[in-house]
Design a protein around this ligand. Structure first.
Ligand SMILES: Nc1ncnc2c1ncn2[C@@H]1O[C@H](COP(=O)(O)OP(=O)(O)OP(=O)(O)O)[C@@H](O)[C@H]1O
Ligand SMILES: [Mg+2]
Length: 230
């Protein structure tokens, strides 16, 4: 009998032999091929690789925006590889914040309304939504932009609003797909500072980037080529 054995802490996310194949008119593409990856709670991981190597596909699988065609994905210890659409949406809403390169804000909603969207899906009352969105926008330095529409603010401000939206329900895992790819250098720097402080606050972060300086900010860098981790 083994005494004093301490159970290893449950990883935030764990992928085992994950495969994602697409069928296209010109044949099948294996975007992810036997990917094994463990992401510890609270860590910050940078994902790097050439265009078409599978970075976004991997992030979409981690974010429950896409389903692997084979393999096992455990999120917070729960096997989420074969959940139906409803359960997948629920888990995504509870556990994941997602930030895209192209911001993906709803153009006819104010920044405050955009930031509050995840709370609509959770059935939070309107007054509370407004308050929490204002708080989230204040945290990312946008308290003077609550009633602006996305096209009335800069790219950096749009990305800040997208980050506020991603974090409004305080998910444990933040996934960011080239979040500074559409920004000038100064705005990119300040978005990276923001991501760094979110990570320091305890959130697990996975960041896709082409930029080695950005990757250097993470604790660990994972390279991907042709759908395989190196
Ligand atoms: N919906 C899709 N249907 C068919 N093939 C796809 C689809 N999405 C991605 N692929 C293919 O899967 C592979 C990986 O794509 P992915 O978007 O993950 O690459 P990436 O590393 O994010 O590239 P980039 O740096 O250009 O964003 C590519 O060969 C791509 O053409
Ligand atoms: Mg991509």
């Amino acid at each position: 009998m083994i005494m004093n054995e301490r159970a290893a802490p449950t990883p935030c996310a764990s992928l085992e032999r994950i495969e994602r194949r697409y069928t296209r008119r010109d044949g099948a593409v294996t975007a992810l091929d036997a990917v094994d990856l463990e992401i510890a709670r609270g860590e910050m991981l940078a994902l790097m690789g050439p265009s078409g190597s599978g970075k976004s596909t991997l992030l979409h699988v981690l974010g429950l925006l896409d389903t692997p065609t084979a393999g096992r994905y455990r999120l917070d210890g729960e096997d989420v590889s074969r959940l139906d659409d409803d359960s997948r949406s629920t888990r995504r809403n509870e556990k994941i914040g997602f930030v895209f390169q192209a911001f993906h804000l709803v153009p006819h909603l104010t920044l405050q309304e955009n930031a509050s969207l995840p709370l609509v899906y959770r059935g939070v009352h309107e007054d509370e939504r407004r308050d929490r969105a204002a708080t989230a926008l204040r945290k990312v330095g946008l308290d003077h932009r609550l009633t602006h529409l996305p096209d009335e603010v800069s790219g950096g401000e749009q990305q800040r609003a997208a980050i506020a939206r991603a974090l409004i329900h305080e998910p444990p895992l933040l996934l960011a797909d080239e979040p500074t790819g559409n920004l000038d250098e100064t705005s990119a720097e300040s978005i990276l500072d923001l991501v760094r402080s979110i990570h320091q606050g305890g959130t697990t972060v996975v960041l896709v980037t082409h930029n080695p300086h950005v990757a250097a900010m993470a604790e660990r860098t994972q390279e991907i080529r042709d759908g395989r981790l190196l």
